[in-house]
Design a protein around this ligand. Structure first.
Ligand SMILES: N[C@@H](CCC(=O)N[C@@H](CS)C(=O)NCC(=O)O)C(=O)O
Length: 264
């Protein structure tokens, strides 16, 4: 990568996978911009495909969050996301897989409106409405009026969310699942500064960190629940110290959405 090649992350402000890549870019400390795509027709604005995130560096573009992280290390060797040692690298990839299979689904599960379970709607409805508001306020070319109010319905119909949630919903409620995932994360951090027991954050920390901090900063209902876990709370601040944002490095959640500060 040459110094003057523009770097653009194509994202939805609410996409967990885009948040992963956003935190990789902050860690790398390279200038970049975020383009918030219109979710009704992502293919019209993305460099290719219709899945978020896409990262474009110069004229090259890639999708899929973890492969994007590996590609970033190939393009920019400073501040590596992946450690050099094979055993540590494998630990990082195993934790990243846990993020994809457990932590990210726990977020979708918590905000997924189940119209035939009124009790679950108390939590899901405010979160789903808040997600709609956040997307409506950030979408690059604006958003069809009124669509944000249909967000709970759109979330309910999204095939990729259904695929993630269906296997979980058969076993536990959303809040049971969320609690057990946070407890696992708390235990993974026992006597460690970073998840793969490294001296600096790795791709594993950034993948998981963005899933704790993103929903919290978006002010999603109940997503401050990690504050009850002391290892997680301290690790959130420890990783945040490596991710300074400035005018060339947009914060994970833009100021227009009044992100919650990490003062705790
Ligand atoms: N494995 C992909 C998953 C990406 C993904 O599912 N993105 C969602 C947005 S949060 C999406 O665009 N889904 C629509 C689709 O895949 O058609 C990654 O890690 O980036």
């Amino acid at each position: 990568m040459t110094n003057n090649e523009p770097v653009t992350l194509y994202a939805y402000v609410t996409s967990p996978y885009a948040m992963k890549v956003h935190s990789f870019l902050l860690y790398k400390q390279i200038p970049f911009q975020v383009y918030y795509v219109n979710p009704t027709h992502p293919e019209r604005e993305l460099p290719f495909g219709r899945s978020i995130p896409v990262l474009k560096i110069g004229q090259k573009a890639r999708n899929d969050s973890t492969p994007i992280g590996l590609w970033l290390d190939q393009c920019i060797s400073e501040r590596p996301l992946m450690p050099a040692q094979v055993a540590v690298k494998n630990r990082v990839l195993t934790i990243d897989q846990w993020v994809s299979e457990h932590l990210i689904p726990s977020i979708f599960f918590s905000v997924y409106p189940k119209f035939f379970q009124p009790s679950s709607l108390r939590q899901c409805w405010p979160a789903a409405m808040q997600l709609g508001r956040c997307v409506a306020q950030t979408t690059h070319h604006g958003f069809p009026a009124g669509l944000r109010y249909l967000w709970p319905l759109l979330l309910n119909r999204a095939a990729f969310i259904r695929r993630l949630i269906e296997p979980l919903a058969a076993k536990k409620t959303a809040s049971e699942h969320r609690k057990s995932v946070l407890l696992t994360l708390e235990n993974k951090l026992q006597s460690k500064s970073f998840l793969a027991d490294t001296e600096h954050p790795t791709l594993a920390d950034l993948s998981a960190w963005s899933q704790i901090v993103g929903p919290y900063q978006l002010n999603l209902y109940h997503m401050d629940d990690f504050l009850n876990f002391s290892n997680i709370r301290l690790w959130v601040k420890r990783v945040a110290a490596y991710l300074p944002a400035d005018t060339n490095k947009p914060p994970l959640v833009p100021a227009i959405l009044n992100p919650r500060e990490l003062h705790f």
